[in-house]
Design a protein around this ligand. Structure first.
Ligand code: ZN
Length: 276
């Protein structure tokens, strides 16, 4: 399934257009994405038996963040060897975890207002949790995932390095966490552990790799995090970025007003940010 947040309602994206989930389930699921995540397991089971309501045309530009109200947002640093190397860090033995505060999240086609002159890009696979997770074993972890989205972990490198390290603050300016364009469930992928991701600035490719290069896989991240705390349906996990970040370039390259930032993942889609 491809599920989107359209005008505050959870909709299925089908070849014929969007289908409202609350109407199709006669009020059992939805109307919002938050409602859907709160009953994700039953929805997932019932989804194949829905009587689909009439499809309608969506204005793609109006799609919103597929998890607009997560209780928690996690981000993993240095989860690709190539990025750890370019940043001059050794590869960590446990996931380097920080938060992007939920108020920084934005939809797939948003405007990012620069916080300074060292604002950088990081394309990332975003995992959205579908089932509460406590002490989950790696082998059980996939069943706790609702699906994937494309995310950008936009980062103010100056604030990120201020006062020792301020990762969470430097990566949480308003609009620094765009997600979308929809939630794609795992059954849509032939191999959910090997998806090409790339990032372009003004049409020029700056990052390209595959999620198979992640140091800690999605199941390992779910397991590690759930050993420390409870993961809730709708929670968002940014899983790290490959090499090609602007700060590591020679000379360094940062976002400037007027730039178009495009981030894509195979089988999910593309999000697009205008920099202002
Ligand atoms: Zn990141």
């Amino acid at each position: 399934m491809r599920i989107a947040n359209y005008q505050d309602r959870a909709v299925l994206l089908t070849p014929d257009g969007a289908v409202d989930i609350e109407t199709s389930s006669r009020g059992q699921f939805g109307p919002t994405m938050r409602d859907l995540y709160d009953h994700w397991d039953s929805f997932h089971v019932a989804s194949s038996t829905l009587t689909l309501a009439p499809a309608f045309e969506v204005d793609e530009a109006l799609l919103e963040n597929p998890s607009p109200e997560p209780r928690q947002v996690f981000a993993i640093g240095l989860n690709y060897r190539s990025h750890a190397n370019e940043m001059g860090f050794t590869v960590p033995s446990v996931p380097a975890t920080f938060t992007k505060f939920p108020s920084c999240l934005a939809g797939p086609y948003s405007t990012v207002t620069l916080s300074g002159d060292t604002v950088d890009w990081e394309v990332e696979l975003v995992v959205i949790v579908g089932r509460q997770a406590d002490h989950v074993a790696v082998e059980e972890a996939w069943s706790h995932v609702a699906g994937f989205s494309v995310g950008q972990d936009i980062s103010d490198r100056t604030i990120q390095k201020a006062a020792g390290q301020q990762f969470s603050l430097g990566k949480s300016f308003r609009g620094f966490g765009p997600i979308g364009p929809c939630l794609v469930t795992l059954d849509e992928f032939s191999n959910p552990s090997n998806l090409v991701l790339d990032c372009k600035v003004n049409g020029i490719e700056v990052q390209r790799d595959t999620t198979a290069s992640m140091i800690f896989s999605v199941p390992e991240l779910i397991s590690e995090l759930s050993n420390v705390l409870t993961l809730y349906p709708g929670d968002v996990i940014f899983t790290g970025t490959p090499s090609g970040a602007g700060v590591a370039r020679t000379p360094p390259q940062f976002l400037k007003s007027g730039d178009i930032l495009e981030s894509s993942i195979e089988g999910i889609g593309t999000i697009r940010q205008l920099v202002a």
